[in-house]
Design a protein around this ligand. Structure first.
Ligand code: HEM
Length: 423
């Protein structure tokens, strides 16, 4: 509908915002969905951070001064073996699914963001600052998260500290907002239900309701369907990246959706190819490559043929990436990490932490550390084969780490050196 010339043109005037859909019920409904969704996002986000064992700084985590924000950290367990796959799948898929809900919520409260004067009292000023942190924090976390899973590393600096500190600022503001607004949100929704059943008239808080509403272009139900449908569409075009086969092809929005890379035993998802990390075939050949393993009593240099003559064990484990994609269990075969620890002088049933270094010259996680509990698990392997075939170069030939429940980046490929007990 055309705006009449007599209507206010400044967004800070109440009459400027004319959608008849704005009102406490819509904001409250979206708020209740966000209350549940963002709480799950925060918890899975913290667990995702814990899964790196960031206490093994500065190898696994370069976040400066995390101080008391690292208070909850613990040795990440190795079971159930799909733990990280589930956690990260939920974190990323839920984050994508909540985007329309967040945008609708911001749309529903946008008149408040332009309110003048910006602060009427000290208490009001503090409340406005917390709203700035809430809205800014929400946008920052969603934008950095989505850019990361789309492999667009545009940030000034590393993603981890930005998303980590951003999450704490956002969640602190979110918690304050939720404590203040949840009672009103539940009251508004109850009143709406009672008004529908004819028990009591609704009592809308006037501020979000347009004083001079325009003609509706969509019904309330239609608006809820629009937001819910948008979320469903995003869910349906991203969740498939957590599965193999035809389901992965439904993940149209995910960079690791689409077909599996190749077919056969090694035909499952890859994040970093050998070429992209500067791994030359000459340095991984049988003649050139040696694994250097160091412990308190000695250092050994092992060829792939020598590793293949050691006791070999198998484990069915997935690859699960921080970006939210994962594979189903693959059958890996190789030498147990604890047997390698024993080889260089540590007791196999009480091994220490280990530092693993890759041949990789480019990109993050060229060095990664694993905790003693990860080394001790009999399913943790220096894998040489997968699904009955030698690893391909893109899967880490000549040898790679595979540890149950660990994030993909800690499963170092093209391993060159392992140092036990010096972290
Ligand atoms: C990403 C999370 C969220 C953002 C960015 C957000 C943002 C906002 C903003 C900017 C306002 C206007 C505040 C004012 O000027 O008074 C608001 C109002 C409100 N929010 Fe949220 N919010 C979020 C989550 C929630 C949650 C979890 C709830 C509770 C279940 C909630 C319930 C409400 C209610 C009831 C109002 C007042 C509506 C009215 O005045 O009629 N919000 N929200």
């Amino acid at each position: 509908m055309a705006r009449s010339p007599s209507l206010p043109s400044s967004p800070s005037s109440p009459g400027f915002w004319r959608s008849p859909l704005r009102g406490p019920w819509f904001t409250s409904l979206l708020g209740v969905v966000l209350l549940a969704g963002i709480t799950v996002l925060f918890v899975t986000g913290l667990l995702s951070y814990a899964s790196y064992n960031p206490d093994l700084s500065p190898v696994n985590d370069k976040t400066p001064d995390k101080g008391i924000l690292g208070f909850y950290l613990f040795s990440w367990p190795t079971g159930p073996h799909w733990l990280y796959r589930l956690n990260q799948g939920v974190h990323v898929t839920l984050g994508i699914t909540l985007v329309p809900v967040l945008l609708a919520k911001l749309w529903s409260v946008v008149p408040r963001l332009f309110q003048l004067p910006p602060a009427r009292s000290l208490a009001h000023a503090l409340e406005r600052i917390s709203l700035l942190l809430l809205v800014g924090g929400a946008l920052f976390e969603f934008v950095t998260g989505v850019l990361n899973i789309q492999l667009d590393y545009l940030f000034p600096g590393s993603f981890y500290p930005l998303h980590f500190y951003g999450a704490w600022v956002f969640f602190a503001a979110f918690l304050a907002h939720a404590v203040l607004k949840t009672p009103a949100a539940l009251r508004n929704l109850r009143q709406l239900r009672e008004a529908r059943s004819g028990d009591a008239p609704p009592e809308p808080e006037p501020s979000l309701v347009a004083p001079d509403p325009a003609e509706p272009t969509v019904s309330r139900r239609g608006a809820v369907w629009l937001v819910g449908g948008g979320s469903l569409l995003l869910f349906g075009t991203s969740v498939g990246q957590n599965f193999d086969g035809p389901l992965r092809r439904t993940a149209l929005l995910a960079p690791h959706g689409g077909a599996e890379p190749g077919s056969g035993p090694n035909g499952f998802q890859i994040n970093k190819t050998a070429a992209s990390r500067g791994i030359a075939a000459a340095e991984t050949s049988e003649e050139a490559w040696r694994l250097v393993v160091t412990g308190p009593s000695r250092t050994v240099r092992l060829s792939r043929a020598e590793l293949l003559r050691m006791p070999l064990h198998s484990a069915a484990l997935p690859i699960a990436c921080v970006e939210g994609w994962s594979t189903s269990d693959q059958w890996w075969r190789g030498v147990r990490l604890r047997d390698l620890a024993e080889l260089v002088g540590h007791p196999g049933d009480a091994p220490p932490d280990v530092l693993v270094e890759s041949l990789q010259r480019r990109g993050a996680f060229r060095r990664a550390a694993l905790r003693a509990n990860q080394v001790r698990d009999p399913r943790s392997l220096l894998a040489l084969d997968v699904n009955g075939e030698p690893l391909t170069p893109d899967h880490g030939y000549p040898a790679r780490i595979i540890v149950p429940a660990a994030p993909g980046v800690l499963n170092t490929k093209w391993v060159a050196r392992m140092t036990f007990g010096e972290l």
